[in-house]
Design a protein around this ligand. Structure first.
Ligand SMILES: [Zn+2]
Length: 230
């Protein structure tokens, strides 16, 4: 019920132009024009158990499945979607892309997952931004997949500096012990779908997964909106 209201509410916020190319939208189009929608550089990683994103985790932590909705190419017009979601207050872009990602993975290995958990932001950062962008993606994903979404189990207890200029080792050190599970009893027996906006080295996802996997009888899979190949 709450989701339905949220959906309708969020649709009101979309302007009349395509969020990727700026072209005028037709009435039946939402957020993206048909051309941009059709050309999203999808990874299709949900169809491959072994893929470049999953390989980031090999030998480090036990991620069951990993996928990204699309590639995060340098010159891509789709980068602006992530930028607007993270820095321009347009949380509805996250919700809509989350819905699309949910539709994309339906019928794949990811059907085995049964609990959606977004990578948390530190409360101070969330206040600053007004929302957690990963939570917005998770909201849309939960809506189209029907999977339960929880934001009260995995928390961020450390305010980390930006990761952008750090190498893998520095990134891992930066986020280690940043996350904490506060209700492990809810996780037991679950196959968690961990959600983030962009994966580059995977260090944030690794830190979250390591914390989630401390509970027995838990599996962790990963879905990110965009994968930036190194
Ligand atoms: Zn467009």
């Amino acid at each position: 019920m709450a989701f339905d209201l949220l959906t309708q509410f969020s649709r009101l916020f979309f302007p009349k132009n395509c969020e990727a190319c700026g072209k005028n939208l037709l009435k039946k189009e939402t957020m993206l024009c048909t051309d941009c929608l059709y050309h999203i550089p999808k990874t299709k990683y949900h169809e491959l158990k072994d893929n470049p994103l999953n390989r980031l985790f090999y030998g480090i932590t036990n991620i069951t499945y990993a996928t990204a909705f699309f590639y995060f190419h340098k010159a891509s017009k789709y980068r602006i979607l992530i930028h607007k979601l993270k820095y321009n207050g347009q949380k509805e872009i996250g919700i809509e892309l989350g819905r699309m990602a949910g539709t994309e993975i339906a019928g794949s290995f990811f059907d085995e997952t049964n609990l959606i958990i977004p990578v948390p932001l530190h409360p101070a950062k969330k206040r600053l931004r007004g929302y957690n962008q990963s939570e917005m993606i998770a909201l849309g994903l939960s809506e189209t997949s029907g999977k339960e979404l929880r934001t009260d189990i995995l928390i961020r207890q450390k305010y980390t500096e930006t990761q952008t200029k750090k190498n893998l080792e520095e990134r891992r050190k930066n986020v280690s012990s940043a996350f904490k599970v506060i209700k492990p009893e809810i996780l037991s027996g679950k196959h968690i779908l961990l959600i983030d906006d962009v994966a580059t080295t995977g260090s944030t996802l690794i830190a979250c997964a390591e914390e989630l996997l401390k509970t027995e009888n838990v599996k962790v899979s990963v879905l990110v909106l965009a994968y930036a190949e190194q």
